[in-house]
Design a protein around this ligand. Structure first.
Ligand code: ATP
Ligand code: MG
Length: 496
């Protein structure tokens, strides 16, 4: 017989242990864990009245809002699997994910009504309801609230960002979320003063994992509807925020807004993940004594799997750290383990790692072998075992036999004062096989020529890494997760 691992319903347990502790602050109102439990239970009973029950799958099109948080917990209370949709996707893209996940219902925030209805037009059998309707429907008092969460059961289905191809539905179990939260706290620690600022979307793993830590740790979370650098800085300086999750563009804007000011000593962690962390940015933060911790993770690992630890954050600038306590990491080259400083594919394992992609046997078998997830990212471990993430394997280019990583070139170009952001890809070249080319968006009111920029790059990079051409453009192609899509740059490059 196999042992089924169960735990008490997490939010209910939390509301029982520490009912009066502040749980979520949203829109200047504070909700305690007891109040959050009541909201969640009420939402669960309303969702049940709409026909949702244990074993169903419900897709949600939500924004950061207290009602969305209550909906997520409420669906867990019913034993309903949640498909987390990114509201920046088009109706067609959403339709594909709703269909692929075989969702029984779609619940959407009123601001996304148009998209919700467009999805239903393409899937006439799909039941839909806006959050307003959910709020208005009378509660079903007969609905059964789940008293235990089963670790192996699917809690959420979350699609990858689709940076490298079509998004894949990642199965995330309660156990995956649990171990992700535990791995994080065993690294960062926890104090009774901790308060995590969530300015990242809760439909994405970066935000959802904060909601998990919220109830598992009993830690207060300040939820922002939209990220604003000014607001985030103010919250850290005046409202006792101790930890914030950011991606590079958010951090860039926060530093610009910060100017010569700093953060109070109580602010202990700027958790930076989601994409490459340019060295110049990390150095700037170090000079300003901002405690940046680089982290590496993905939808498939239910958020962080490798994070720099507090004691190494200054010494190992540029590194993403070591695998968290419950997890493992190795670098592979052609089926064997790489030595120190050798570049290869990052391969990870741990109880936070997904068991696979929904309805995608082939993709699952390709990505997960023997319980190890092949991430498709390239990196290396230094002699002390610290991970340095280079880039995605599919973006790597080989020029005259040398490996070239677009992220490294982008980091150098973006450091130029006239440059707002840059994207690098490759084109075929008769002599070298492939050569890098760059696309640049300049800062407002800054003028710079291709020659000037190339000169600058030549001073900072080996000749084979210098782009053959630099194109100026208004904006870079990004996906709904705001990630740079280099495959789109490639199309632009071949047309230019
Ligand atoms: P898709 O899998 O559909 O192409 P995606 O990989 O962008 O989309 P996510 O799961 O949101 O979807 O992103 C995880 C990826 O982000 C990682 O595999 C890695 O490429 C990148 N990433 C995350 N953290 C870092 C980091 N510290 N440094 C460099 N890249 C990172
Ligand atoms: Mg991916």
């Amino acid at each position: 017989t196999t042992k089924v691992e169960r735990m008490p319903n997490w939010l209910k347990k939390r509301a029982q242990l520490t009912p009066n502790r502040p749980a979520i602050e949203f829109d200047e109102k504070i909700y305690t864990f007891l109040e959050l439990d009541l909201l969640a239970e009420s939402t669960a009973r309303k969702a049940a009245a709409l026909g949702l029950q244990q074993g169903n799958t419900c897709a949600v099109l939500i924004r950061n809002d207290i009602r969305s948080v209550a909906l997520i917990h409420g669906l867990f209370y019913l034993g309903v699997r949640i498909v987390m949709l990114n509201h920046r996707l088009t109706a067609n893209e959403l339709t594909w994910q709703v269909k692929d996940s075989q969702a029984d219902q779609l619940i959407f925030d009123a601001v996304f009504s148009e998209k919700g209805k467009q999805v239903q037009r393409q899937l006439p059998l799909l039941k839909i309801a806006s959050m307003e309707v959910v709020q208005q429907v009378p509660e079903d008092n007969q609905a059964r609230i789940i008293s235990e969460y089963v670790m192996d059961e699917t809690a959420t289905i979350m699609y990858t960002s689709g940076t490298t191809g079509n998004p894949k539905g990642v199965i995330q179990t309660f156990g995956n979320h649990w171990w992700s939260a535990i791995g994080s706290v065993l690294n960062l620690g926890l104090t009774e003063k901790d308060c995590w600022y969530c300015g990242v979307p809760i439909f994405h793993i970066s935000g959802l994992s904060i909601l998990m830590r919220n109830m598992i740790y009993g830690m207060k979370v300040v939820l922002a509807e939209k990220f604003s650098a000014i607001e985030a800085n103010k919250m850290i300086q005046e409202k006792g925020i101790t930890i914030i999750s950011v991606v590079t563009t958010m951090l860039n804007r926060m530093i610009q807004d910060l100017g010569d000011e700093g953060y109070p000593a109580s602010f202990r962690c700027m958790l930076l993940g989601g994409g490459p962390a340019p060295k110049y940015l990390l150095e700037e933060c170090k000079a300003k004594q901002i405690p940046v911790y680089q982290t590496y993770g993905m939808t498939e690992t239910a958020s962080q799997i490798v994070t720099l630890s507090p004691e190494d954050s200054l010494e190992k600038l540029g590194s993403a750290g070591k695998a968290l306590f419950p997890s493992q990491l190795r670098i592979e080259i052609d089926g064997h383990e790489a030595g120190p400083n050798e570049h290869g594919e990052i391969v990870v394992a741990g109880p936070n790692v997904t068991s696979g992609y929904l309805n995608q046997m082939e993709a699952t078998e390709k990505a997960i072998k023997d319980g190890w997830l092949y991430t498709g990212d390239i990196g290396y471990l230094d002699s002390e075992g610290f991970l340095f993430v280079m880039d995605r394997r599919c973006d790597l280019l080989i020029s005259g036999g040398e490996n070239v990583y677009p992220a490294e070139i982008e980091a150098v170009i973006s450091k130029h004062p006239a440059v707002f952001e840059s994207g690098v890809t490759s084109i075929e070249d008769e002599k070298w096989g492939q050569v890098p080319i760059a696309f640049v968006v300049t800062n407002k009111n800054h003028v710079v020529t291709e020659e000037e920029l190339l000169m600058y790059v030549k001073e900072n990079l080996a000749p084979y890494k210098v782009p053959k051409y630099i194109f100026f453009c208004e904006e870079l192609p990004r996906n709904a997760a705001n990630k740079l899509m280099r495959r789109k740059l490639k199309e632009l490059g071949s047309r230019s």
